[in-house]
Every structure is written in C-alpha cells, then in structure tokens.
Design a protein around this ligand. Sequence first.
Ligand SMILES: Cc1cc2nc3c(=O)[nH]c(=O)nc-3n(C[C@H](O)[C@H](O)[C@H](O)COP(=O)(O)OP(=O)(O)OC[C@H]3O[C@@H](n4cnc5c(N)ncnc54)[C@H](O)[C@@H]3O)c2cc1C
Length: 388
Amino acid sequence: MTNHFDALILGGGAAGLMCAIEAGKRGRRVAVLERADRLGRKILISGGGRCNFTNLHCQPENFLSANPHFAKSALARYTPADFIALVEQHKIPYREKTLGQLFCDGSARDILGMLEAECRAAAVSVFLSTKIQEVARTTEFVVCTANAEFRAPALVVATGGLSIPKIGATSFGYDLARQFGLKIRDPWPGLVPLVLESVDRSHYCDLAGVSTEAVVCCDGQQFHEKMLITHRGLSGPAILQISSYWKKPQPIGIDLAPGSNVTAIFRDPKTLRNLATLRSELRKSLPARFADRWLELHPPASWTNAALADFERQVHAWNITPAATEGYEKAEVTAGGVDTSELSPQTMESRKIPGLFFIGEVVDVTGHLGGFNFQWAWASGAAAGRAL
Ligand SMILES: Cc1cc2nc3c(=O)[nH]c(=O)nc-3n(C[C@H](O)[C@H](O)[C@H](O)COP(=O)(O)OP(=O)(O)OC[C@H]3O[C@@H](n4cnc5c(N)ncnc54)[C@H](O)[C@@H]3O)c2cc1C
C-alpha cells in the first residue's frame, strides 16, 4: 500500500506536532509517522507532569549551539507569546512558577490534548506504532515500514535526541542525517545530574536531600539557582544547567554562600574567634548539616585574618571535578546533534538535500532548563511547517 502526502514528518513529539499543525493549516497534506503507540510521550512526563511549556524571558542566550546565532531567526518568528496565545485559545489554565517559567495548572495532558486537537483541525494524518525500516530518496522521499510505503516531496525529521531511552529515544535522526551526508556534532547528555568521585561521595552523599542556593560555574557560564545533594552526587536546577556545559575532566566551581561574607563578623575585635561562632555564621548561608560537614572537612587552618580569608575564599570557590553525568537515562535533553551549518536558519531545510528538514532536539540547539527546550521545539517546528 502506498500513501502519498505533501510532507512526511518522522516523530510525533513537540516539534513534529507543531510542524504538522502549521503545514496542515496551510492546506498541506501531512502525515506524522510515530514509532510509539501514542503521540507526545515526553510532553506527558515533562515539568514533573505539568509541562513547563515556555519561558517568558526566552532569548538566544538561553541556548547552546556551536553556532549561537542559528536559533535567532526561528525564535523571533515563533515567540513564547505565540504559544501562549494558543494555550489561551484552548482555555488551558497556566501560571508562572519562577524565572518566567510557565507551567500548566492542571496537567501536561492539556498541552498534548491541545496539539492533538490542532492536528485534527488541520486534517493531519497520524500513524502510530510505525516502525520505519528504510528511508530513500528518488524523485521524492520514500519511507518504508513493514506493511506500507509513504511518499512525499518533503521529509521532516523530528525524532528527538537520545535522552530517556526507556520511553523510546533512539539515534534514528542522527543515523538518517548521516545517511544523507549531513554532519553531526557528537551528542552528549544535558540537563543531567552529576556523579561525584568516590572520595567526594563519601564526604557528602550521606547528606542526600539537602539543598542550598549556589552559584555554579563552568566553561565561562554560571547559574545562580538551587543545588541538591543526591545519593550519587549533585543535582538541582543549578547543577542541571551547568551539566550541559560540563565535559570531563573539567572542574566545576561552586559558590556556596553567594552574596554573603561568612567571616565578616570576625572583623569586630570583640567577636570570639572559634568554631562555634563560625558554624553559626555558616549556617546562615548553608543548611545546618551541610554547614557542619563543610567545617569538618575544611576547618580554617588557624584564626588569623589570612586563614579566615582563605576559609572565605574556599566557601565561594568549591572546586569539584565530577566523575561523570548520570547519562542519557536521566538527561532531560541531548546536546549536540545535526550541525546547524547544514540547515537554513529560516526553514530548517538541509542546504544539501532540498526537501529534507530537521527540527527540535535532533538539531544542535539545546535550551537551558526552564521551558526553553519546548520553545525551541515549537519555533523550529513552526519554521519548517511554514516552509512546507
Ligand atoms: C523528564 C523530562 C522532562 C522535561 N521537561 C521539560 C519541560 O518542562 N520544559 C521543556 O522545555 N523541556 C522539557 N524537557 C525537554 C523536552 O521534552 C524536549 O526537548 C522536547 O520534547 C523535544 O521535542 P522533540 O519533538 O524534538 O523530541 P521528542 O519530544 O523527544 O519527540 C520525538 C518523537 O519521535 C519519536 N521517534 C523516535 N524515533 C522514531 C523513529 N525511528 N520513527 C518514528 N518516530 C520516532 C519518539 O517516539 C517521539 O515521540 C523534558 C525532557 C525530559 C526527558
């Protein structure tokens, strides 16, 4: 059986669905071929089940890519306000949680339901549980599955990255890019907890669950957010953010008392210079258990001004070299991907292979934590959908 369409979209996640909606609204006959037995599984688990669907403060600086300019055009032509307008049109209740992050009040199912309804309204054909066996290009693109053949002059690859293999992530998009001779920037797990070396684990990981505000930096980037100690290392928003920039064996720098001077009290000559005073000062910046542990492991060498200054410096510059990340099993995104030099920033179409498009996470554009990855999926999907 051969099915003819104007465009075939491989992958029914955030980017693929947005692309299908935009193209369908413009009268294109579009098919979404999805490997799983339902659309948008990642949308359903996103944002702790509430889907952080965009960020009010979305800027090109919130994205990593070998070419930091690539995402600008698509992001400018499909903005957070465009997606919010769609959410409001569907009467989905939402709120800003923190730092411009917008979440559903109800559930991520609302966002997926909205996208599915928009697909129906745009007469998009959806094929679930579709196992693609081969993709070829003759005068048009031919996609073969076990029992059907799909043909179209345009093919959009929206199969996402390698994160969370247990819900079906595969290297399909990268393999297809290579098949057509496109360059890939080696992928790596991003927005992922970090695992500490065994000696550091033995020092800190019994404090699992303790969280503190910190400024974490690496590779010229820094994030001021919460950090969490886990059973194997470090996590929390600040660590997830910096993990996208971290490569072994770089150290990361952590300011455990941002904006505070924990030894300032000792400038007063009447203050007793002893551990009890220092502990109570440190506990103003760190949770008590963490403050106590820090003092045990890094006591001031003496009570001289120089030793206190050294103690202060260490609190603001904890240099720690993680052993690894928790990998794709726990990573929220995959950084790297199809090299942006291969694609048009206006349409996401391959410069070498006319009619072949790559959108969403499979492209070497990765957002910070906070709704930016969905905004890239919507924006790149809309850019391609409007060009089909
Ligand atoms: C736990 C978790 C929470 C997250 N929370 C947020 C959040 O709150 N806010 C945010 O902005 N980002 C969040 N993200 C990131 C965000 O989900 C992704 O960046 C986004 O879904 C990428 O969209 P995409 O369409 O490119 O890929 P995906 O959403 O991964 O969609 C790809 C689709 O392609 C299908 N597919 C794969 N291989 C094939 C194949 N061979 N044939 C056919 N179909 C195939 C997959 O089944 C999937 O449906 C989260 C990620 C995770 C893992």
